[in-house]
Design a binder for this molecule. Structure first.
Ligand SMILES: [Zn+2]
Length: 249
């Protein structure tokens, strides 16, 4: 489908970038992105993916909006308290960009439903809030050969990576973290989290999703970006493929 006049205008600032262009914009419009978690990371990720014209957003979150979410979850307003996050998110996206179709899935992704929920997505963006879910999402995306952009936050720390662990030389999430599903979580309810940092990580995750779909710039797969907000410092480390990991054939 060629771009309409409205679309040429709406996406002009992307189309004019030679690394994206009309072809990249059409790829975005044709893409399906599954977003795990419509929280602090998911909020800006969903907003930037919708603004960029990702044609189909599959939003997966079973939570409702609570007052303590509003310190960082910028998709939601005070009047949304008590409503399903994915329903509110679908309304916000519809108001923002009619090119985007939202599949609002008010379920918690788990080992029994993950393959069904992720099948058909061109990319998975994980902004969930617990390690057990992260492992399930990572394993399923790897099994389905779907690139995974994974963003996580601690109190003042952020992590971001793109994983394509089915490739012979590319590590998977388990190459980084190991395989213990009972690893204790550091919950932001218990520990606190800097709200603007979740926004930074969600925006970075959206950027990497757009990179993966349009192919602009360098390939970040297998590198881990670390942000230390206390120290005003970022660094990138290369994650080797672990020969003992299940992804290594
Ligand atoms: Zn691995």
């Amino acid at each position: 489908m060629p771009l309409t006049d409205n679309q040429l205008d709406r996406y002009a600032r992307h189309i004019i970038l030679k690394e994206i262009g009309g072809g990249g914009q059409i790829a975005l419009l044709d893409a399906t992105v599954a977003v795990i978690g419509a929280g602090g990371i998911g909020s800006p990720a969903i907003q930037y993916l919708a603004a960029a014209g990702v044609g189909r957003l599959r939003l997966i979150d079973d939570d409702i909006v609570s007052l303590s979410n509003l310190q960082r979850q910028t998709l939601f307003a005070t009047a949304d308290i008590g409503r399903l996050k994915v329903e509110v998110a679908a309304e916000r996206v519809a108001a923002m960009n009619p090119d985007v179709t939202v599949e609002a899935i008010a379920k918690r992704i788990d080992a029994t439903n993950a393959a069904d929920l992720l099948t058909g997505a061109n990319l998975v963006l994980d902004g969930c809030d617990n390690f057990g879910t992260r492992l399930i999402v990572a394993d399923t995306a790897r099994a389905l050969h779907i690139p995974l952009v994974s963003a996580a936050v601690g109190q003042f720390d952020g992590q971001l990576a793109t994983w394509r662990g089915w490739e012979p030389t590319s590590p998977c999430y388990r190459c980084l973290v190991g395989g213990d599903p009972d690893r204790p979580d550091i919950s932001c309810a218990d520990q606190g989290v800097l709200g603007a940092l979740t926004g930074v990580m969600g925006s970075l995750a959206a950027m990497e999703a757009i990179r993966a779909i349009t192919g602009f710039g360098d390939d970040p797969a297998g590198q881990l970006l670390l942000i230390d907000a206390l120290a005003f410092r970022t660094r990138t480390i290369r994650v080797p493929k672990d020969p003992g990991c299940g992804c290594a054939g």
